[in-house]
Design a protein around this ligand. Structure first.
Ligand code: SF4
Length: 315
């Protein structure tokens, strides 16, 4: 299956999207924060990123879902900055560029990195935290395509994306891999200062599903196109997990591919919130998996079945 962006480049769609998205940077409304700063003039908003994308690291990554990894890994590019800034972020230093040495990259360098990762055999280009650098990603693609890029692009974000910005990626991105973090506006406000997150994420996931549909996996077990949703279990957060799983089954698709993640550990500023001090127990994980199955969600990430087995053996 050819990656969508190849046809978009041939038809002129990609060039139009590059222009449209770049214009948004002049008074940035790329994401729901709507900071309205002139990033083209070097001003920064909440994501702390100006005209150029900045990266913390890139390389082959084997820790992602098995369907993204193959034999040679997923080609991850970790962008610095973030438009959500959860207090428990596992990548707190990367999401706050002032705490990390970030490398600004122009279109040509970002394109080179994409091609380099493909040449290392990566199954896809995995754009980690891409929401605030959509124009820069689009602008890098012509040079990357000219140098042979052809593997799928993975939009690996928090789910805090406007439909308008996602529509700029329609026909470009093949695999969306959003988190769905909070169902409650209180949690979203308390842990990410984004009370609108639940509503925004629901709209974003509907748009992603409209664009790419259920995750398609080839005979080699490799994801080709579609939606893969991640949900990180939070201490004491079962009611929100329940609502999110129900939404996925009833309003996205009962065939939605879901990774229920049990690896929450207090990180970032989590120690300022006593209720975030605990890890996820085996019982909480089992309860979430069972609830997903009760809602008819059968495509649960394999790696976590192994995790479930480990939990059961550890009992
Ligand atoms: S992308 Fe950054 S500057 Fe633009 S609205 Fe979002 S947080 Fe603000």
């Amino acid at each position: 299956m050819a990656s969508s962006y190849l046809a978009a480049a041939s038809s002129g769609l990609l060039a139009r999207r590059i222009d449209q998205s770049r214009r948004l940077l002049a008074r940035c409304t790329l994401c729901p924060r709507r900071c309205k700063v002139d990033r083209l003039a070097g001003k920064v908003g909440l994501c702390r990123t100006g005209a150029l994308a900045e990266i913390a690291s890139y390389g082959t990554h084997f820790g992602e879902e098995a369907v993204l990894v193959g034999e040679h890994g997923s080609g991850t590019i970790f962008f610095c900055g973030c438009n959500l800034l959860c207090v428990f972020c596992q990548n707190d230093d990367i999401s706050h560029p002032e705490k990390h040495s970030c490398l600004p990259v122009d279109d040509q360098r970002l394109a080179q990195i994409m091609v380099e990762l493909q040449e290392q055999g990566c199954l896809n280009i995995n754009l980690v935290t891409p929401s605030h650098v959509v124009p820069q990603i689009l602008a890098a693609l012509p040079a990357a395509i000219a140098n042979g890029l052809k593997v799928p692009l993975v939009h690996n974000g928090s789910g805090y994306d406007t439909v308008a910005t996602l529509q700029l990626l329609d026909g470009i991105i093949d695999i969306y891999m959003p988190d769905f973090k909070f169902w409650s506006t209180d949690s979203a406000r308390r842990y990410a200062k984004a009370a609108d997150y639940p509503q925004v994420a629901r709209q974003a996931l509907r748009e992603m599903q409209r664009q790419v549909g259920d995750l398609q996996i080839n005979a080699q077990g490799q994801a080709q196109r579609g939606l893969l949703v991640r949900h990180l279990l939070m201490p004491g957060g079962f009611a929100e997990t329940d609502a999110i799983l129900r939404f996925l089954a009833e309003e996205i698709s009962v065939n939605c591919y879901v990774n229920i993640m049990d690896q929450y550990r207090p990180a970032g500023r989590a120690d300022e919130f006593t209720e975030l001090a605990a890890a996820i127990s085996a019982a909480e994980y089992r309860q979430a998996m069972q609830r997903a199955e009760q809602y008819g969600l059968a495509r649960l990430d394999r790696r976590n079945f192994a995790g479930l087995l480990r939990h059961l053996l550890d009992k």
